[in-house]
Design a protein around this ligand. Structure first.
Ligand code: GLN
Length: 471
């Protein structure tokens, strides 16, 4: 715990943490040590430093969603997942940085500033950059972590904790994991409680797990998974425990390669790692087949309509009355609402609220919201059909390319940008499936690239077993 705390301080420039809960962590670590010395029974995560994305409620610890709206808000309770970590003896190092309200795919849009990718400072990358840029100012070349759980990914990747919670609505756990060279796991929807996760899109949000290896992700899943009376979408029987056996023979596996995922924007390097991975499975005896997910091209637009509609509804709670920021205008309640929300939200959040309210207007509802829900069903059925045809897991890229420099990333309008970045990850959330990003290799630039495995709903254990074989 002390080593992790000192690393957190050393790597402060990464901006991975919004709050460092040093006192809490030291106290928890001390209690854990006492349990150990007294020979008491230990929890599955006893004494293990973990970090939590700052959109999970933590009792007595500020929870901001990286937004002016919630700055200073201290929840009176723990999210169920946080409580389960603590109940198993985990040591909470702090709350990690994100895009405001988890809207984004760069971790660049939070009110506390962008998160820097630890790989920006790796020897290999710096040497390559120097060669390419002929000595141009190195610090301006730092890379984004991806997002929106970029703080959690950077925290694990920089060894400041062993596991971190992220959230995953359209890829926010898998995307930064791929860019930071770690494992990012999105469990099946309904396997892990969302109670206390400040919602983005309730019908797609899932707590995500970021770790350095697949086994660690399985251990944390074992702690988190299970019914929660406070989240009626959690299933009764999670099929515990999540102990991964070592798969030695993949010859009975059928791996599907979705042909629609071979998009023109995919970098040639990621493409080549993807096909090498498929070849590896094939050479070990697995059946590798091309499959079709025909509605893939509608996924981004469909996600946009559903996401913004749920956002418009969710964000209504931030009215300056119950919690968080309140503007001191007192002409009328309406004027107070409006000014509070203008000051509290950034332009990404406000843009989504506007778009969502537009889709939900009486005259637009059937044409946009209802239609998008129907398309969502078609997208989900594509996966069902593929799995029913005998495919065990799908193998895809996680991101279009390796992490890009911050200055390049912010050139594009941040309201359209995250859409393209999530092309391989969003459909999974609309279908509620489990998926995991696993680091595969380093690119020519010396940066990590991840590949994604997608599994059948509630076959999280099988999915992680295949990912473990591959890692
Ligand atoms: N990038 C997507 C969005 O901005 C997904 C975010 C997420 O998974 N939290 O909506």
């Amino acid at each position: 715990c002390q080593k992790c705390l000192s690393l957190i301080k050393k790597t402060k420039f990464l901006n991975a943490y919004i709050t460092i809960s040093e006192e809490v962590a030291l106290k928890q670590a001390e209690e854990s040590e006492k349990r150990y010395k007294k020979g008491h029974s230990l929890g599955a995560l006893d004494g293990i430093p973990v970090a939590v994305k700052d959109n999970f409620s933590t009792s007595g610890i500020e929870t901001t969603c990286a937004s002016n709206m919630l700055k200073g808000y201290v929840p009176p309770y723990n999210a169920t997942v946080v409580q389960r970590l603590l109940d198993q003896g985990a040591v909470l190092m702090g709350k990690t940085n994100l895009d405001e309200f988890a809207m984004g795919s760069g971790s660049t849009d939070g009110v506390f500033g962008p998160v820097k990718n630890p790989w920006s400072y790796s020897k290999q990358y710096r040497e390559k950059r120097k060669q390419k840029s002929h000595g141009e100012n190195e610090d301006s070349n730092w890379l984004i972590t991806g997002g929106s759980s970029g703080g959690s990914a950077a925290a694990v990747s920089a060894f400041t904790c062993f596991a971190a919670l992220g959230s995953d609505t359209g890829g926010s756990t898998r995307n930064p994991a791929a860019h930071c060279g770690i494992v990012g796991f999105k469990p099946s929807y309904g396997l892990v409680s969302r109670h206390g996760l400040i919602p983005l899109v309730n019908s797609m949000d899932v707590p995500g797990i970021l770790t350095r290896c697949v086994d660690d992700a399985a251990t944390v899943l074992g702690v988190l998974a299970g019914h929660d009376p406070k989240d009626s979408t959690t299933i009764q029987d999670p099929g515990k425990p999540f102990m991964l056996s070592s798969l030695t023979d993949v010859s009975k596996l059928c791996i599907g390669i979705p042909k629609e995922y071979l998009v023109p924007e995919l970098s040639s390097e990621v493409r080549s790692f993807w096909s090498k991975a498929a070849n590896l499975f094939e050479s070990e005896g697995a059946k590798v087949i091309e499959v079709s997910l025909p509605h893939t091209s509608y996924s981004i637009v469909c996600y946009h309509v559903l996401c913004t509609s749920e956002v418009a509804s969710n964000m209504a709670r931030f009215d300056g009355l119950e919690y968080g920021h309140r503007c001191d205008i007192d002409v009328s309640t309406e004027a107070m609402y409006a000014a509070t929300r203008r000051e509290g939200f950034n332009d990404v959040v406000r843009g989504r609220i506007l778009a969502g309210n537009f889709f939900l207007l009486k005259e637009n509802y059937a044409n946009y919201f209802i239609k998008a829900q129907k398309v969502r069903r078609l997208i989900a059925n594509d996966f069902v059909n593929v799995f029913n045809s005998g495919v065990d897991v799908l193998l895809t890229p996680t991101t279009l390319s390796e992490a890009v420099p911050y200055l390049e990333f912010i050139k594009e309008d941040n309201r359209t940008r995250s859409a393209q970045d999530d092309i391989f990850t969003q459909a999974v959330n609309m279908a509620g499936l489990p998926a995991v990003s696993v680091p595969v290799a380093l690119s020519n630039q010396g940066l990590p690239v991840g590949l994604q495995f997608i599994g059948r709903a509630f076959c999280d254990q099988q999915l992680l077993t295949v990912a473990k074989w591959f890692e």
